[in-house]
Design a protein around this ligand. Sequence first.
Ligand code: PAF
Length: 296
Amino acid sequence: MNTVATFDQVRELVGASVGLVPTMGFFHEGHLSLIEAARRSTETVVVSIFVNPLQFGDSADLAAYPRDVGRDAVLAGSSGADVLFIPDVDTMYPKGSRTIVTVEGASASMEGAYRPGHFAGVATVVAKLFAGIQPDVAYFGRKDAQQLAVVRTMAADLSFPVEIDGLPIVREPDGLALSSRNVHLAREDRASALNLHNALFAAGDAFEAGERSVNALLEIARATIDVGAGIDINYIEAADASDASTVDRIDGPVFVAIAARIGNVRLIDSILLDPATERADRGTYIDNPSILYGGA
Ligand code: PAF
């Protein structure tokens, strides 16, 4: 595996078909599942690590984002990456940069409402990665379901010739969705964090039992939350999986997303409801404690 810092260096190393896994590092099994999927389907696997300041509204949150590039490099290599791209801020945003990519509609609700400017930061950095690396396929996790819709919309609107592959959420053995932020979760907050997926799974169960009203499903999810658990729910909402538009009934793939602050950590999770299969996609589970906690 080669580790490089500029777009020119990446382009010198890539072959006929390029799979890109954009990340902010501090890898867990969810990231590794994306790298492994890219390895199976594309000739050259490029993994980028860039903690993108443009998508963090709060400088304390940016500073606190966990980082360990040495550990990430070992994990990326053993999962099948060919090229590890670690640009600095000046490479991604050369002095005088004036262009910001804003995806109207898909960015407005949920995370967009709670984190103004967040999705412009995501869309801008992902557009720059697509332009600079020119991948054939780009891999994203479904946990950030609204982000996936924003990226799909951006890529279609800007005519990037890239296939966007959204892969299942990977969950810890107790059901908590893997997130690099889980390392900051205090031991006493762990049980509260399980409320997130329990609420989504309750909606998923009702969907699989035949409920198609979004309001009814959201009510079921909200009723599942243990209000005494000390979690501050930001939202529980549902949206069309392709463009994050509002839906009343589930006639096509819809995601239900939840975001909450638990202690010092803000976590998000989601579930995908697909009427074609009549299944709620809850993701996959790892069998042991995550490598996030020092198992790598
Ligand atoms: O999901 C992430 O890790 C980031 O939002 C992404 C897509 C790498 C853009 O910075």
